[in-house]
Ligand binder design. Structure first.
Ligand code: HMG
Ligand code: MG
Length: 297
């Protein structure tokens, strides 16, 4: 049975822009975020408190939070470590996303620690954040495939997800970092996660590298998932995952779901306005099918 409503978690301002080499002006990022909210988006990743040496695009994270945080719904900011969480605690942000790869090699390249070292660092930080009343999301990278290690054993992903659940997170966002999962793999993992980790928000994060994200979303819904990370304009990609391209485009997902009678609460025409705001500031063409069929010339 398919869901009647789906929650879209917009990741464009964060995943969508982090891989852009040219700095997108802070003001443009703010306009993008406001336009996304105007389209009906109620959950969004705004930015990341990561090292500006590693990801210069996110150097304005504190300014973004102070200019854009207060709004209806849930706004989330990424933090990879203690220092990131300390920076975040100096702001009015109330929802944090930590991120760890199932693959050790990927995790080393992305945050300079093994998966176990990251987990060890994060466990007490998560407990502390929960005590202080924060919403905590954990993004699980390379849940199916890794650009360095290849196919990831399903049992490893299930174990890491269970560890985060035990650590007390509110949400798991399970990610196909390099867009290599197929619908059978998506269905299998989510069906098992639903069974072993009840009572926690489960979200799917598909990159659309091989154009299988929509099929994976359908398969995930069939496994009981009703929350999806998507990125307006199909922008996105992790700077430390070679071959990763954009996240599945919000407009393509909203189009498919609404045509299926599944409500998202998002207005497609307003979403297009949001994409138009960032389009002149990004280096790559907008690849989403919906945008290219409907954008004015
Ligand atoms: P490191 O070099 O090992 O850090 O990097 P360190 O602890 O040794 O510290 C070195 C310096 O960085 C120190 O400064 C620290 O203060 C500073 P110095 O003393 O040299 O002046 N530092 C920081 N500064 C600002 N904010 C911080 C911070 N931490 C340390 N939080 C580190 C380790 C984690 C910082 C680095 O590897 C990093 O920033 N990585 C982030 C990479 C990233 O943003 N990746 C993309 C997001 S994840 C993703 O896209 C995947 C996802 O979409 C799901 C999917 O699709 O798979 C979520
Ligand atoms: Mg991603």
């Amino acid at each position: 049975k398919l869901p009647e409503n789906v929650t879209i978690i917009e990741v464009g301002p964060r995943d969508g822009l982090q891989n852009e080499k040219g700095f997108v002006p802070t003001e443009v990022k703010g306009q993008f975020i406001h336009a996304l909210r105007d389209s009906g988006i109620r959950e969004m990743e705004l930015t990341s408190f990561v090292s500006p040496k590693w990801v210069p695009q996110m150097a304005d994270a504190a300014e973004i939070v102070s200019a854009c945080y207060d709004a209806p719904g849930r706004s989330i900011v990424l933090a990879p470590n203690k220092k990131g969480i300390e920076r975040l605690e100096e702001t009015n942000c109330r929802a944090v996303a930590v991120f760890v790869g199932v693959s050790n090699t990927f995790n080393k390249k992305n945050i300079n620690k093994t998966t176990a070292e990251s987990m060890e660092e994060l466990r007490p930080l998560i407990a502390d954040l929960k005590e202080k009343g924060y919403f905590v999301r954990a993004c699980i990278s390379t849940a199916w495939h890794c650009p360095y290690e290849g196919k990831i054993p399903e049992a490893d992903t299930l174990r890491l997800c269970a560890d985060f659940a035990e650590a007390g997170v509110d949400e798991l966002s399970v990610a196909d970092t390099i867009g290599m999962a197929v619908p059978t793999e998506a269905h299998s993992l989510f069906a098992q996660l639903k069974a072993i980790i009840p009572g926690i928000l489960l979200t799917a994060h598909f990159h659309d590298t091989r154009k299988l994200a929509l099929a994976n979303i359908l398969a995930s819904m069939q496994a009981g998932i009703d929350r999806f990370d998507t990125s307006a304009g199909g922008l996105g990609g992790c700077p430390f995952a070679p071959g990763a391209t954009g996240n599945v485009a919000t407009e393509d997902v909203v189009y498919m779901l609404e045509r299926m009678g599944i409500k998202t609460g998002i207005a497609l025409d307003r979403l297009m306005d949001a994409v138009e705001i960032v389009r002149p500031h990004v280096s790559r063409p907008i690849e989403s099918t919906y945008f290219n069929m409907h954008a004015s010339a």
